[in-house]
Design a protein around this ligand. Structure first.
Ligand code: MRU
Length: 355
């Protein structure tokens, strides 16, 4: 799999996900403003990838700074963090990463060269950890996948949404590596088509059989199509297990429950927001109407029609069969299992009614 993003001497390289699958091209971000634009414009997207890009953006901002002393750098550092944090509101990994970089900055001493080196090291560590976390999640989640049959996913929660391997698609990859014969049904995911363009592309590269369906076909296939499980990623999970993910996830979850199909969410601990009691408190990003009215440059709606474009929805915890993390698998009651899992050392088994 080609890298989603990369720290290089010239700057941060982001695989341009708006141009996939037709073109495999990188955007070179020479300063932190470029990284912020890349996140906002969805050149890079997916909660964990946004977190890694944010960490690299902060490190790049500090690296490029002309400040001579820490006192001079302090206000600039705050501006860098605020710009990166102001890009997208729902994926909590963004804020988690900025806070982690701030802690590294505070611990870095006064020497400018050392501060720059420390932040670069931290960003590279966030990147490397993300891949290891996804692989651990894959090992836990693969055990929940059927030994053969169809698994449905929504949006892209794969290598492209992370530093590598993926969350929901990491679970599928690990299951396939274990010898399970899985066929993926991928919702196309209007309006950005992450399923049709990105999930389909990366699974095809891995040789995992994949069928793309339009979002409104999910109910039909959950009822009649032999779907054995649903697995999706998440952008933010509240303390009670309510899950914010790409808009359309909620409908899939309700239809899965109606048809007795287990609905799994795969997300790293950094996607948990234990400060929020319920999903109602999760901020939902509203994006430009143009994403709905146009496909590329072609207008598909009448001129001046009203449009709504929430980028995410919240699935109440009662529809969630289990939440797969790098620390293990949490089940209801999530108020108990999630905090326990979040505090558990890496690699331990489960929490709550966990596997
Ligand atoms: O708007 P996007 O493309 O950033 O939304 C991505 C999703 O909703 C993913 O499903 C989610 O971030 C999980 S990614 C591992």
């Amino acid at each position: 799999m080609i890298p989603t993003l990369e720290w290089t001497e010239e700057g941060v390289k982001l695989l341009d996900q708006l141009r996939l699958p037709a073109n495999v091209e990188y955007m070179l971000c020479r300063d932190y403003q470029d990284v912020a634009r890349g996140i906002k414009d969805m050149i890079i997207r997916g909660a964990p990838a946004i977190g890694v890009a944010a960490a690299m953006g902060v490190a790049l901002g500090v690296k490029r700074s002309q400040a001579k002393t820490r006192t001079e750098l302090d206000p600039e550092f705050d501006r860098i963090c605020a710009t990166i944090a102001g890009t997208r509101p729902t994926a909590v990994n963004l804020f988690w990463a900025v806070e982690r970089m701030r802690r590294a900055y505070l611990a870095a001493g006064d020497d400018m060269a050392q501060i720059k080196e420390r932040l670069e090291r931290e960003a590279k560590q966030v990147y490397a950890e993300d891949i290891a976390i996804n692989q651990a999640m894959g090992r836990h989640g693969a055990l929940l996948m059927p030994s053969e049959g169809r698994v449905l996913t929504h949006c892209n929660a794969g290598a492209l949404a992370t530093a590598g391997y993926g969350t929901a698609l990491g679970v599928i990859r690990a299951a396939v590596e274990m010898g399970k014969r899985i066929e993926v049904f991928a919702d196309e995911t209007r309006p950005y088509l992450q399923g049709a363009r990105l999930t389909a592309w990366e699974l095809q590269q891995d040789g995992i059989p994949t069928t793309v369906i339009t979002d409104n076909m999910a109910g039909h296939f959950l009822r009649n199509g032999g779907i054995r499980a649903v697995v999706v990623g998440a952008d933010r999970i509240a303390r009670n297990g309510d899950v914010a993910n790409k808009v359309g996830t909620y409908s899939v979850a309700v239809l899965a429950k109606e048809n007795n199909v287990p609905f799994y969410v795969a997300a790293p601990i950094s996607t948990l927001d234990l400060t929020l009691a319920t999903g109602e408190l999760i901020p939902i990003e509203q994006r430009s109407p143009r994403e709905v009215t146009h496909i590329k440059d072609v207008q598909i709606t009448p001129e001046a029609i009203g449009v709504a474009n929430p980028a995410f929805d919240v699935t109440p915890n009662r529809y969630v069969t289990a939440i797969i993390t790098e620390h293990g698998v949490a089940r209801a009651p999530y108020e108990e299992s999630l905090p326990r899992l979040a505090g558990a050392p890496k690699g331990v088994g489960g929490a709550g009614g966990a596997d």
